[in-house]
Each structure stands twice: as C-alpha cells, then as structure tokens.
Design a protein around this ligand. Sequence first.
Ligand SMILES: [Zn+2]
Ligand SMILES: [Zn+2]
Length: 259
Amino acid sequence: MLTLTIFENNLTLLIGIRLLIETFAAGYFYLQCNDSAGEPIQELQQDYEMADMSFSSSKGDNGQFESQTPDRNECQECKIVQSYRTKHCSKCQKCIPKYDHHCFWIGGCVGELNHRMYWLFLFFQCSLCFDGLIQFQNQFVFYSIYDEEYGYDQYKYQYFIILIMAATSFAFGLFTGTLLIYHTILILTGKTTWEQTKRDKISYLIFYPKYYHPYNYGLIENIKQTFFHKDILSHWIPPQKDQIKEQCNIFDNKYYSCC
Ligand SMILES: [Zn+2]
Ligand SMILES: [Zn+2]
C-alpha cells in the first residue's frame, strides 16, 4: 500500500532522485578514500638526509651544539626511517604519510593523499543527511495538509516512516557535520587529527614551543596542500628552531587553541 501511495505525490519522486544522486556522490568519495592514504616513498629519505646535513645543528647559549630540526623516527615494523608526519598504522600494517587517523567507516587510514576525498565524503554525507531532513519535513507537511482537507487520519503509516527516516538523517547529519567542521578547522590550520590529539607525544612537535605548529603555512597554502597536491607527497621539512616566527590566527594562537 505504501508503494502505491508513495507515487501519488510528485514530491516523493523528487526526493528519491535527489537522495539517490547525493548517495552516489557520497559513495563515490567513499570509494575514493579507501586505501589511498599514500605509501611512504623511499626516495624522499635522500632529500631529508641532505636537508639534515645542511642545517642539522648550531651552537647553543652554553656553547654546545644543539639540533635545529627534530629527529625522525624509525619504524621497526617497516624498517624505514619515517619522514616527518608519518605514523605506522597497526591496523593497515604500514606507514602512512601525513597520518590523520584510521577510519572505521572507510576501512583504512586517512593520510596525505586521501584527506581531501575524506573531507568531500563528509561534506556530501552531511549534505545528504540535512537535505533528507528538509525533504522529510516537506513530506510531513504535505501529508498533514491532505489530512486536514479530508478530515480523517489516513496517513499514520507514512508519518511513522517519515519520522524514523528524519530521526536517522538528523543523527547521522549531526555526527558527520561535527566531523566536517572539525576537519575543516584542521585543514585550515595545517594539522592532522593525530597531531592535534597527541601533540605532547609527537617528537617533531614537542621540539617546538607549545603554540607553534611547524606545518601551518597560512590558510591559503594549507588549503592548497590538502586539496591540490596532484597525488604527490610533500616534503614536510620542518623549519629550523631559531627561525620560527610567532603564529597567530583565530583558531590557534598563544592564548588559546580551538581544536
Ligand atoms: Zn611502518
Ligand atoms: Zn590504518
């Protein structure tokens, strides 16, 4: 009965088409995310070693030589010297360049090469949920007008389905929306989830003052590095300690950090 009544109303068909398009878009970006975080490139090691040699140390106040750049870690599992911002994922069993997090939903890691796809996935997923919510609300109003017109309650079943779908859309929309906002701020400030949540444990970050993030290059450059990297891994060579400048933006400064 529901399938018959559902097409009595063009609005339902319109909703179906819209939601189908959005589902395909979200699905496309989901598939693009999967297992495409990036592989560590061995050739990079040479560049890092050359960079290390050129400015690895200088004399400190006490006359001792002190390192000007943080040391890089070795991965015992992969037997490589990791480039900066790389972390080994025990679930994927490999090192992930510019590691963000291991995502249960995409079944793999979010790293340098798929962070933009992950963001787009969240964006379309969130749009799908909130668009769905608006459409379900329109449906609700549509049926209630019919109810009023005919004076008897004949759409109880439809109301129930609409409410369940609207509640599901809202819950997922809230979840993906929160993640979307969080990742937008991370991208704008040049950070990853790992760097944001484990800052005190990451050797190349504790090397610098607490409110200084060595890979924050400004809003425009941060956006370019996430969304326009042409599938090429970056050389994340950190600045020398004695050349760092004070950073100040609305998300991060010496007074507060918003995420
Ligand atoms: Zn590894
Ligand atoms: Zn992983």
